[in-house]
Design a protein around this ligand. Structure first.
Ligand SMILES: *[C@@H]1O[C@H](CO)[C@@H](O)[C@H](O)[C@H]1NC(C)=O
Ligand SMILES: *[C@@H]1O[C@H](CO)[C@@H](O)[C@H](O)[C@H]1NC(C)=O
Ligand SMILES: *[C@@H]1O[C@H](CO)[C@@H](O)[C@H](O)[C@H]1NC(C)=O
Ligand SMILES: *[C@@H]1O[C@H](CO)[C@@H](O)[C@H](O)[C@H]1NC(C)=O
Length: 188
């Protein structure tokens, strides 16, 4: 009898372990822009539930983005509450990724997110009103980061043969955590 209980208990435990899933929950977003290139900026995170929050963003490109280049950096918040560089620091030429001339992983992830959640879902250049609606990070898109608090920084520049202009920065503050599930009633 005791043995049966132990087996039942441990199988419950294993079931629970396999049920937990990592999620990337957005807590906050900050946007800064070069005001001579971008106007009417708004960016917000809206919480949907304990596990899910979405990004909505609008801005107007006064100067079209001809050949945008994005620097992607990830920072991890350590025990002294400071953001330290965490593995990722890459610079991506977005047009090349969109034109499938470049398959740099973080560029491909950004492009997937753009296609799904924004109206910047076409080839370069980007001009006029840009919007993002109900955007979120799917766990399956990212490598499994250890649980904790992170900052993902995207710095957009526009380039041509002679110039490199700062366009804007988006900072995503997020938490990598186990999905919070409603407790299931044990079956009797
Ligand atoms: C920016 O926002 C203001 C106020 O909401 C609006 O009057 C203006 O037309 C907007 N400009 C652009 C370029 O979208
Ligand atoms: C791009 O996004 C707009 C607005 O979200 C949508 O109407 C359009 O069909 C999309 N185009 C492509 C090629 O996915
Ligand atoms: C590059 O960009 C700068 C500033 O945006 C502009 O003045 C210059 O004419 C551009 N050069 C070329 C070759 O397009
Ligand atoms: C902001 O954009 C303007 C116009 O393209 C450019 O002249 C200026 O250098 C940019 N500012 C920065 C900090 O790059």
């Amino acid at each position: 009898m005791l043995f049966t209980w132990l087996v039942l208990l441990s199988s419950c435990f294993i079931w629970q372990m396999t049920e937990t899933q990592l999620i990337y929950r957005l807590n906050k977003i900050e946007c800064q822009v070069n005001q001579s290139r971008v106007s009417n900026v708004s960016c917000h995170v809206k919480a949907i539930n304990w596990n899910m929050a979405v990004v909505n963003m609008d801005c107007f490109m006064i100067v079209p983005l001809i050949k945008p280049v994005v620097r992607v950096q990830v920072f991890w918040k350590d025990y002294s509450n400071q953001y330290k560089p965490f593995l990722v620091d890459v610079t991506v030429n977005l047009c090349e990724v969109i034109e499938r001339r470049n398959f740099i992983p973080y560029g491909v992830i950004i492009w997937k997110l753009f296609k799904r959640f924004t109206n910047a879902n076409h080839s370069c250049p980007f001009s006029g009103q840009l919007t993002a609606r109900d955007g979120y990070l799917e766990t399956s898109l990212l490598p499994p980061f250890p649980q904790g608090l992170y900052l993902i920084s995207l710095v957009f520049m526009d380039t041509n043969s002679t110039n490199k202009d700062y366009v804007g920065t988006m900072k995503f503050f997020l938490q990598v955590m186990e999905q919070i599930k409603r407790k299931k009633k044990p079956r009797s």
